[in-house]
Design a protein around this ligand. Structure first.
Ligand SMILES: [Cu+2]
Length: 299
């Protein structure tokens, strides 16, 4: 095998390495840009860390795959990709939880991150599985090309560090929308809370009491927050969440038996739940678990 033609096995390993690296970069993006970084978010802090660890692991596995052809390196690549795909499929199928995280939505809607990660994972699995074909495996005998490995390592490191800096923590990035007036006034009962739509603060608890309980209570989702995040209602009240944000959100009960779960709520969508039992019902956004709220139902 001369140095001008790459063995098929090596090409497959490089393809798998790139796919795994893309998956890792997606995880970095999720960690920094989708709200999973914040650690004050028990019980979801470990979930955020697992995403960061996944990104770091992706870089290590990708480099190993380019540099080495041992069976256990390729097996590790398959293991990484398979576990990543499995976790995505699991957390995106409603009702399942992983490290107390629950997505609650369909697999591919509306998360391009999930879609890209699953596709890249499958590419990596197929490519690495093919390297175990005996003929391909036997032909992959070219000696390790140190400059190439060094270049791959440098490019990977620069990409990961650069993207980390680009996506460095910036919790104030939810710039108030210039004209957040796409409010879907579903009923007169929302009039009390929509009046505060120009307020940048999310801690406007007075808006809650201003809302007349004419058959229901409204919670607006805006700027990656539930604007009335602690609401007290009487038993039998219907609470209506309206997504007035540019991003898609969900409403997922954080109690043990997940007493209510919305579908993905794109801009303008609403979700309703009737609270017919007294108690305290914490909930989160399943996509951005740092978004929290509580409904307290009085007897
Ligand atoms: Cu959200």
């Amino acid at each position: 095998m001369n140095s001008t033609s790459l063995p098929v096995g090596r090409v497959l390993r490089i393809v798998a390495a790139i796919a795994i690296l893309v998956s890792g970069i997606v995880h970095l993006d999720i960690y920094f840009n989708q709200g999973y970084r914040l650690t004050g978010l028990a019980p979801n802090a470990n979930f955020g860390r697992s995403i960061l660890l996944n990104a770091i692991g992706a870089g290590i596995v990708a480099i190993a795959l380019i540099a080495r052809k041992e069976w256990f390196v390729r097996a590790a690549g398959i293991g990484y990709a398979a576990s990543t795909v499995a976790i995505f499929l699991y957390t995106h199928s409603g009702g399942h939880s992983f490290l107390s995280f629950r997505h609650g939505g369909p697999v591919f809607d509306p998360s391009p991150q999930a879609q890209l990660t699953v596709i890249m994972g499958i590419i990596a699995i197929v490519a690495l599985a093919a390297t175990f074909v005996p003929a391909i495996d036997a032909a992959d005998t070219a000696p390790m090309n140190l400059p190439a490995v060094g270049a791959a390592f440098a490019i990977t490191a620069i990409a990961l560090i650069g993207l980390t800096l680009k996506w460095r923590p910036d919790d104030s990035t939810t710039t108030p929308a210039a004209a957040p007036t796409t409010t879907v006034a579903t009923a007169a009962s929302t009039a009390g809370t929509t009046a505060d739509s120009t307020a940048g603060s999310t801690a406007d608890s007075t808006a809650t009491s201003a809302a007349p309980a004419a058959g229901g209570t409204a919670v607006s989702i805006k700027n990656f927050a539930f604007d009335s995040n602690d609401v007290t209602v009487a038993k039998g009240t219907t609470v209506t969440w309206t997504n007035n944000d540019t991003a898609t959100h969900t409403v997922v009960a954080a109690d043990a038996d997940v007493s209510f779960v919305s579908d993905n709520l794109p801009t303008g969508a609403t979700f309703q739940h009737v609270f017919d039992k007294a108690g305290t019902f914490p909930y989160i956004c399943g996509i951005h678990p740092r978004m929290k709220g509580t409904i307290t139902v009085t007897g």
